[in-house]
Structure formats: structure tokens, C-alpha cells
Design a protein. Structure first.
Length: 134
């Protein structure tokens, strides 16, 4: 597995996989800056925010709580947990994607019957507008 050093956070080296770097390059080269992306990986969120100019609904590992009120953080955390539970069961939560204006979903789990926009190794990128609500 190829790994890339991305710097450090809290004094510890941060590593990105070749798959994560490929997805970040896809966003950097083919997706408009400011697109909102849901992804489970903190490393990938860091890459998408830092080099691809993407937005994420919540990145508690990077943003101080002063950016959002505590209640907003709790609500977003709950919503995103619900989104990923649905995804794990083969359901796209269009209501939550719409609430956070999600343009893309990046996951290691395929959504049955849906074609991804980009794939590299284990990571799949889906355009939320093309996913059916369930």
C-alpha cells in the first residue's frame, strides 16, 4: 500500500493512502470548488478541505467548536450517523443529503445498482443527484 505523509496533527504524523490521494486529485481536477462531500474518513476530509477546496458538513477533528453552537454539532453528528447507518443498509438518505446540500458521497461501501462517478481502489465517489432516495 502506497502512503503519503500529509504533515502532522497534534504532533503526530498524518498519512494518506494512494486511494485517498487519487480521490482528492479527482475532486481537485474535476469537481467545482466548494462542492459539499460526505465521507467517513478523517484523512480524506482533511485532503478534500485542504487541497481540493471541498466543503464538509462536519469535521470535528479540524474545526473548533466555536464555529458552531453545541446543539448544531450534536444535530449534525446525529444526522451523519443516521446517514451512514442508512448507507450501510443500502439506503441513500436523500433527506439528509438535501439538508446539508451534499453534492458527493465517498465511501468504501458500494450502493447496490448505482454507478459511481469515480473509483480508485477501495474508494467510490457517487454524485448525490444521481442516487435514488430510499
Amino acid at each position: 500500500l502506497n502512503m503519503f505523509k500529509m504533515g502532522s496533527q497534534n504532533g503526530e504524523a498524518t498519512i494518506a493512502s494512494a486511494d485517498e490521494m487519487a480521490v482528492a486529485r479527482f475532486f481537485q481536477q474535476r469537481v467545482r470548488p466548494g462542492a459539499t462531500v460526505l465521507c467517513e474518513s478523517a484523512n480524506l476530509r482533511r485532503l478534500l478541505l485542504g487541497i481540493a477546496g471541498a466543503r464538509v458538513p462536519l469535521a470535528p477533528e479540524f474545526f473548533p467548536v466555536s464555529f458552531l453552537r453545541r446543539q448544531q454539532i450534536l444535530e449534525r453528528t446525529s444526522d451523519l450517523d443516521e446517514f451512514w447507518r442508512g448507507w450501510a443498509n443500502g439506503h441513500f438518505r436523500a433527506d439528509l443529503a438535501k439538508k446539508y446540500q451534499v453534492d458527493y458521497v465517498v465511501s468504501t461501501r458500494a450502493l447496490d445498482g448505482q454507478v459511481e462517478r469515480f473509483r480508485d481502489g477501495a474508494l467510490l465517489v457517487y454524485a448525490s443527484a444521481s442516487l435514488p432516495a430510499r
